[in-house]
Design a binder for this molecule. Structure first.
Ligand SMILES: Nc1nc2c(c(=O)[nH]1)N[C@H]1C(S)=C(S)[C@@H](COP(=O)(O)OP(=O)(O)OC[C@H]3O[C@@H](n4cnc5c(=O)[nH]c(N)nc54)[C@H](O)[C@@H]3O)O[C@H]1N2
Ligand SMILES: Nc1nc2c(c(=O)[nH]1)N[C@H]1C(S)=C(S)[C@@H](COP(=O)(O)OP(=O)(O)OC[C@H]3O[C@@H](n4cnc5c(=O)[nH]c(N)nc54)[C@H](O)[C@@H]3O)O[C@H]1N2
Ligand code: SF4
Ligand SMILES: [Mo]
Length: 763
């Protein structure tokens, strides 16, 4: 496919696949990689990806097996595509920006922007300018520092971080923001696993999962809820295959019958190439959108009743008594659940739920994994709290083979939080920063992503610096966000590739191009490596292997450090230059500020790195009471008016978040198109909408404002009744900024009430 043209919109639909991965997947990855760069560079990235001395996959946060147990090809199709999208030989030069005005670039698709290649030199758009122009690093950072110093208050600036940033970069960015005077550190987690963090911190005293890869392999029963691992965490399927080999069972809960939850063919095993593969899910619950709270409430009720019938045999009384509070209140509340409500909310039969219950009773070691299908609902936090209740009832926290497993998205999204990128870091962390660096960080909480957009929209925030993401496309209510960004005095992005956040920009705008994971990183004291933390709290090194994409690139650490120095001068005394010259000196500071990182440099030098302590696994629950907390969660389910559907906005197989690589979603049988909405045929009948007709998606929200995404082709698809699915970011325009999850403030990207209207030009 040519990099300069959008693939044509020529929808072809084939039956959804019933198995995932295998040889075709490897072929697809190679095809994309070779379209981006040479066979030699492709081989270099692929042989190094996820190896102990190699490059940490810049894709998702799924962990690698221990060093001795790694396969020579320890990557999946999407990891391979992802790293070679970064290792591309294509380049965006100053000439490119001379040829294309910003308005022209803004008219291009996300695909086109990404396909232009790696950014090579810093660029500026001056006030009133129509084009980006080249600018030297010093001048660019002086300009940015000057604007930061000119703000009336540090709280007028926002520092957005996405989970691609390294631990070292993230630590420096939060240090800079706090030394400058603000906790305005919105991050991609705000739109991702924030609901998991809120629910787990309250109940277990930690926002992180309690499970290791060994636990996954050795569990009796694993729930995979609201997650599409075949596309989004493909190597998780190898882990689940091992669970099955060890005799474990899998229950998948989803609104779509995702291919990876069904049969899996391991691409690196002969059986995966020619055989039928492994049946992953032993039971599939085709749940209604947002029905998961009701499902776990029902399972909890069944456990309480089973304990009544055979006292002392079902619940782990000793765990409950020793480690938890609130059991009696929880149990009393749980017993009031109405089965009628459960069946309505879940769309499941009582027999299906009882079958799951029987599996639970037979299993000592249980894990629940989940992702965006839970977190991005209005009641995401209570749903996850109810899952914690479920796990605690049978003592499945802190026991090998069991636990809570929020499966993270970006490769270092968990690490960025550990490093202090959060608008609400606890006072203890701020105190440790103060002790180490000798300044007092601001105590008032900062702005998260949604509140940050509001602040820009209302003129309370005027300067936006984004690192390693694409804020304009990742955020809800695109029209509002775009206006908010355009209203800023200055927007700046530290990025590897061109994206919409560069074309929707403030009065002044900066593109600050940087090294990616695959690039070698040379500094004054020699070659550097960075570190990351995966979804299971394993911290390890990542070393780039390719020559930098351009001689003009600076590392993220260098850009942040130089900007900090220019903004803060020598007040406070933070040795930014020393940090840039030797990243080991940053790790020394981290080891003194962040608990669990003691002796960081020595421990990360060991191949495979180290695992951070996980308090619940040691029987420690850092909640105010020192105990894990049972919660009472009121039954609730999405309310969808007659004639409407609950839309989820999700990822296709050929995309990485806001960037799509090809207009295909192979496992779901969607080819050559992205403006597609998948709806159950029975719902189409009821709504009088024809399969393959063209519709506008119109979202309905209490502000009465019309939000419309035009010209989507309807595809009859086995989505659960009452729901619809369409790809993000095209559908972000439909997600109202005020439509957020209770408590976590995460946009409800999986719960948008829409109606389908015949498209104007189709009528
Ligand atoms: N290839 C690829 N890999 C990725 C990414 C990518 O864009 N591309 N993104 C990364 C990131 S940042 C993240 S956060 C993860 C996201 O990983 P996922 O959470 O798997 O991503 P989504 O595509 O949003 O899929 C949500 C899943 O939840 C299901 N679902 C939706 N609503 C409900 C519900 O109400 N109940 C239940 N039970 N299921 C529901 C959907 O059908 C779908 O299977 O992936 C990471 N990995
Ligand atoms: N409607 C809807 N909205 C969603 C979601 C959804 O499911 N539905 N999901 C949400 C979720 S889970 C997430 S995590 C967010 C994702 O939001 P983001 O993380 O902000 O978006 P990405 O698409 O991952 O960012 C891609 C850009 O990162 C830059 N980049 C890539 N690698 C590097 C690097 O090594 N260094 C630097 N400095 N830059 C780099 C490139 O310029 C690239 O264009 O979107 C959220 N938005
Ligand atoms: S599963 Fe995730 S981390 Fe592993 S290779 Fe695939 S994209 Fe990379
Ligand atoms: Mo994410």
């Amino acid at each position: 496919m040519s990099g300069n043209e959008d693939p044509s919109d020529d929808l072809k639909v084939t039956p959804p696949k019933t198995w995932a991965t295998g040889v075709p997947a490897v072929a697809h990855a190679l095809e994309y990689s070779l379209g981006q760069t040479s066979p030699r560079r492709t081989a270099l990235t692929l042989l190094n990806i996820n190896q102990a001395k190699g490059i940490d996959c810049p894709g998702c946060a799924w962990p690698e097996p221990a060093p001795g147990k790694r396969h020579l090809n320890e990557y999946c199709e999407n990891g391979a595509k992802h790293i070679n999208d970064e290792a591309t030989s294509r380049r965006v030069t100053p000439d490119f920006f001379r040829e294309h005005s910003i308005a022209e670039l803004d008219g291009k698709s996300d695909y086109w922007l990404n396909q232009q290649g790696r950014l090579t030199e810093p660029m500026v758009k001056r006030p009133g300018g129509t084009h980006y122009e080249p600018i030297g690093w010093d001048e660019a950072l002086d300009l940015l520092a000057g604007e930061l110093k000119a703000l009336a208050s540090p709280d007028e600036a926002l520092f957005y971080v996405s989970g691609r940033l390294s631990n070292e970069g993230a630590f420096l960015l939060q240090l800079f923001a706090r030394a400058y005077g603000t906790n305005n550190l919105p991050d991609c987690s705000n739109m991702c696993h924030e609901s998991s963090g809120s629910a787990m911190s309250e109940t277990l005293g930690t926002g992180k999962g309690t499970v290791s890869l060994d636990d996954i392999h050795n569990s009796d029963l694993i729930f995979v809820v609201g997650q599409n691992p075949g596309t989004n965490h493909p190597r998780m399927l190898s882990a689940l295959e091992e669970t099955k080999r060890n005799g474990g069972r899998i229950v998948a809960v989803n609104t779509l019958p995702e291919a990876g939850l069904n049969r899996f063919k391991h691409p690196q095993r002969p059986r995966g190439v020619v055989g039928r593969g492994t049946q992953i899910a032993d039971q599939f619950l085709h749940i209604r959108a947002g029905g998961d709270l009701a499902l776990f409430q029902a399972l909890n009720l069944l456990l309480l009743e089973a304990e009544d019938a055979a006292p002392g045999t079902v619940l782990d009384r000793s765990f409950v008594e020793r480690n938890t509070t609130g059991f009696a209140e929880f149990a009393e509340h749980a017993r009031q659940l109405s089965w009628e409500h459960v069946l309505e909310a879940t769309g499941l039969s009582r027999e299906e739920i009882e079958e799951v219950h029987e599996r639970v009773l037979k299993s000592e070691k249980i894990i629940v994994c989940w992702a965006m299908g839970l977190t991005q609902h209005k009641h995401g936090v209570p749903t996850i709290r109810e899952i914690v209740n479920f796990l605690m009832l049978r003592g499945n926290i802190g026991k090998p083979g069991s636990g809570a497993c929020p499966v993270r998205g970006h490769s270092n999204v968990q690490g960025d939080r550990t490093m202090g990128v959060w608008e609400r870091m606890p006072q203890k962390f701020l105190d440790a920063l103060e002790k180490e660096f000798g300044f007092t960080p601001p105590a008032r909480h900062g702005l998260d992503a949604v509140n940050g957009i509001r602040a820009m929209y209302e003129g309370r925030a005027k300067l936006f610096l984004g690192v390693a993401g694409n804020f304009v496309r990742a955020t809800p209510d695109s029209a509002v966000t775009e206006e908010a960004m355009r209203g800023c005095r200055l927007t700046a992005h530290i990025s590897t590739k061109l994206n919409r956040s560069h074309t929707v920009c403030g009065e002044t705008a900066l593109i600050l191009p940087t090294l990616g994971r695959s690039d070698r990183d040379f500094q004054a004291t020699g070659e550097q490596f960075i570190t990351v933390e995966d979804s299971m709290s394993e911290v390890h090194a990542s070393r780039g292997k390719l020559p930098p994409a351009s001689p003009h690139l600076l590392s993220e650490v260098a850009i942040i450090g130089r900007l900090a120095e220019k903004t803060l001068g020598d007040m406070p005394h933070i040795p930014w230059k020393e940090f840039e010259a030797d990243y080991g000196t940053i790790r020394d500071r981290i080891s003194r500020v962040v608990p669990g990182f003691e002796d960081f440099n020595a421990r990360v030098a060991v191949p495979g790195g180290f695992r951070l302590p996980n308090p619940p696994n040691e029987g420690v629950f850092p909640t105010p009471s020192g105990k894990a907390v049972f919660t009472r969660n009121d039954f609730t389910m999405p309310q969808v008016p007659e004639g409407h559907l609950l839309l989820q906005t999700l990822r296709s197989h050929d995309q990485w978040n806001t960037i799509w690589y090809a207009p295909n979603d192979r496992y779901r049988g969607i080819h050559n198109a992205r403006r597609v909405v998948m709806v159950n045929p029975a719902d189409l009948d009821a709504l009088g909408v024809a399969d393959r007709s063209t519709v506008d998606l119109v979202s309905v929200w209490r502000d009465g404002k019309e939000r419309r995404a035009e010209n989507f082709t309807v595809v009859a698809y086995p989505a659960s009744r009452g729901s619809a699915a369409a790809y993000y970011p095209e559908t972000n325009v439909l997600v109202p900024l005020d439509s957020v999850a209770d408590i976590s403030n995460c946009p409800t990207s999986k719960g948008v009430v829409v109606r389908l209207e015949p498209a104007a030009d189709a009528a």
